[in-house]
Design a protein around this ligand. Structure first.
Ligand code: CTP
Ligand code: CA
Length: 227
């Protein structure tokens, strides 16, 4: 049996997981996007459901089979994801932001398909998207509720130092830090990570299936849930 497969330590808990990658419209047929497959988020949703949780999965542009026993909410853009997360987070025991959110979106999305004109192409002007994770932390603070908030980060270079700084900046409880580069993480079946805690903890999770990483993340969430 896989880790967590026989446990029901999330029974009676409501969790919200975001997955996939946002798409920011340029015109009706084009977008700015990223390579996130949604596999890690779907694994988080499946494992939480297997452990008894009431799961809402907010999926941005994922083409994977719908996980059984999970409420699925579909979004496309970062702004739509932000709205869905703010709605779904209310009353949840844990929120996990595993979606890859576009940092910027085009200032305007053209109503009609942009055509070649023969001249030099017009630049695409960008504006920053809302920081959804930081927004979730702010909402929790406003409500004075207990909720465990988890972020994900893909880092290069000094992975742990970058992760610590990001954890502090975002104000979440746990940050799952993946080392990227060399074809790791995006679109692959296996994942390796270090989970940094706001309490100063660091838990290394060896390379393995995304399901195993998901179960380890839920272990750390369960430790932080109020009785
Ligand atoms: N995130 C978010 N809203 C954004 C950007 C990121 O909620 N606008 C979340 C991601 O879902 C992830 C975490 O924040 O859980 C870290 O994402 P990352 O892109 O690493 O953080 P950024 O603050 O965007 O920093 P960077 O400049 O390194 O991209
Ligand atoms: Ca980013």
């Amino acid at each position: 049996l896989r880790r967590g497969a026989t446990r029901s330590d999330l029974a009676g808990r409501r969790v919200v997981v975001s997955a996939g990658g946002t798409r920011e419209a340029i015109d009706p047929v084009r977008f700015l996007g990223n390579h996130s497959s949604g596999r890690q988020g779907y694994a988080l949703a499946r494992t939480a459901a297997a452990r008894g949780a009431d799961v809402t999965l907010v999926a941005a542009n994922v083409s994977l089979p719908d996980p059984a026993g999970v409420r699925l909410v579909r979004v496309e853009s970062a702004v739509e994801l932000a709205e869905a997360m703010e709605t779904e987070r209310a009353g949840a025991d844990a929120v996990v932001m595993s979606a890859a959110v576009a940092d910027f979106r085009p200032v305007t999305s053209a109503a009609s398909k942009i055509k070649k004109s023969g001249d030099a192409p017009a630049p695409i002007e960008l504006v920053e998207n809302p920081d959804i994770l930081a927004g979730l932390v702010a909402s929790r603070a406003r409500e004075h509720t207990e909720q465990t908030i988890v972020g994900f980060a893909a880092e290069t270079d000094d992975v742990i130092a970058n992760g610590r700084a990001k954890l502090a900046r975002k104000g979440c409880d746990l940050l799952v830090v993946n080392q990227v580069g060399g074809g790791r993480a995006f679109g692959t079946e296996d994942n390796q990570a270090t989970v940094l805690g706001s309490d100063g903890s660091a838990v290394d999770i060896p390379t393995g299936p995304k399901e195993d990483l998901a179960d380890r993340v839920w272990d750390l969430v369960v430790e932080r849930l109020p009785g």
